[in-house]
Design a binder for this molecule. Structure first.
Ligand SMILES: [Zn+2]
Ligand SMILES: [Zn+2]
Length: 338
């Protein structure tokens, strides 16, 4: 198969012929129909993820068609249209037994713990636990954004942040996950302030329904009349983490959505404010496959439109350059030709 191969961290990414994967007994191989280019791929390429072993194939926001099935798989057959969360759970550990697959103790992540979806084929483990059937109405291109950024934003807003109608939500960082969060928060009736230094990203945030867009997070307290009820750091940096916490009103909830590898520096969380204002500091790490139906039904009803986030469709040969420059162009890029 053709695959985007990474042979050293921070080095060139080149399309090569490599051996086809075979499914594990409980896994499948999926013929990739679309694969989104995400900031997490950039982290993998930059050497921020200790799970990545070279040579490596990145890519984790995928949708496609089941092409081969392991002996122990019960629920899936060749030809099924599927997507998958970026955290593939084992289904049997203690968090999994509680339904919290996104923090599975034995998780695998395509594009991190094994070769990912910037390739014609990708192997996925524990298929009966992790695959999500796609309705025919949902294109692979749209679905590719669900496994990581859109699903992550959906759960961060609804499940972890528990955003209620009428609340103010500050979205700090308007890349793919931030724009998704804007859209989800607006859909649940929240009032959204979106913050990003890029005018292009702010324009897209307005198009997703943000009531205010700001270049400087310090102005959130003023435009919300005393601070946001919920702040989301959707970029993942020491500055944006602290900015979200400082934007909150008393009893507000900070949700850390963007990854914050130690290589980027540790945030100086203002614990004095956390105590004095009784703030909650919460983490959000993807979404389990069994939580997808609620999101898919809102997409089916047209209340969520992940397709509006996709600004560029690329070939596999263009994927390497897009990955290295992720975040420079606004919106979401998806590889749709392999
Ligand atoms: Zn598990
Ligand atoms: Zn991602």
């Amino acid at each position: 198969m053709r695959a985007l191969l990474m042979e050293r961290f921070g080095g060139p990414l080149t399309v090569r012929e490599v051996p086809d994967p075979t499914p594990a007994p409980d896994g499948v191989v999926v013929a990739v129909g679309a694969s989104g280019v995400c900031r997490s791929d950039w982290h993998a390429w930059s050497g921020h993820d200790s799970d990545v072993v070279l040579p490596h194939v990145p890519g984790h926001e995928l949708a496609g068609t089941v092409a081969a099935v392991g002996d122990r798989v019960r629920r899936w057959s060749v030809g099924d249209r599927v997507t998958v969360p970026f955290v593939c759970a084992c289904g049997v550990c203690a968090p999994c037994r509680e339904g919290q697959h996104q923090v599975c103790l034995h998780q695998t992540q395509p594009g991190f713990t094994h070769w990912g979806s910037f390739a014609e084929l990708v192997a996925l483990d524990a298929a009966d636990v992790n695959l999500v059937a796609l309705p025919d109405s949902l294109s692979f291109t749209t679905a590719a954004a669900l496994g990581c950024r859109f699903a992550t934003a959906f759960r961060a807003v609804t499940g972890v942040g528990r955003v209620a109608a009428g609340e103010w939500v500050a979205v700090i960082g308007c890349g793919g996950v931030g724009l998704s969060a804007v859209q989800v928060a607006v859909a649940v009736g929240a009032r959204v302030v979106a913050v990003d230094p890029s005018p292009g990203a702010r324009g897209l945030a307005t198009a997703m329904g943000a009531e205010h867009v700001l270049a400087d997070p310090a102005a959130v307290v003023e435009v919300t009349g005393g601070g946001a009820h919920v702040g989301l750091d959707c970029l993942g940096s020491p500055d944006t983490c602290v900015a979200s916490i400082r934007s909150l009103r008393p009893r507000g909830r900070h949700v850390q959505v963007g990854l914050l590898p130690p290589e980027l520096g540790r945030p100086e969380v203002p614990m004095d404010l956390v105590v004095a204002r009784e703030l909650a500091v919460l983490g959000s790490h993807g979404m389990a496959a069994h939580d997808y139906p609620a999101m898919l039904s809102l997409i089916g009803a047209g209340r969520l439109r992940p397709q509006d986030l996709v600004t560029r469709e690329l070939t596999l040969d263009e994927a390497g350059a897009a990955l290295v420059e992720v975040g420079r162009a606004p919106g979401v890029a998806v590889v749709t030709s392999f």
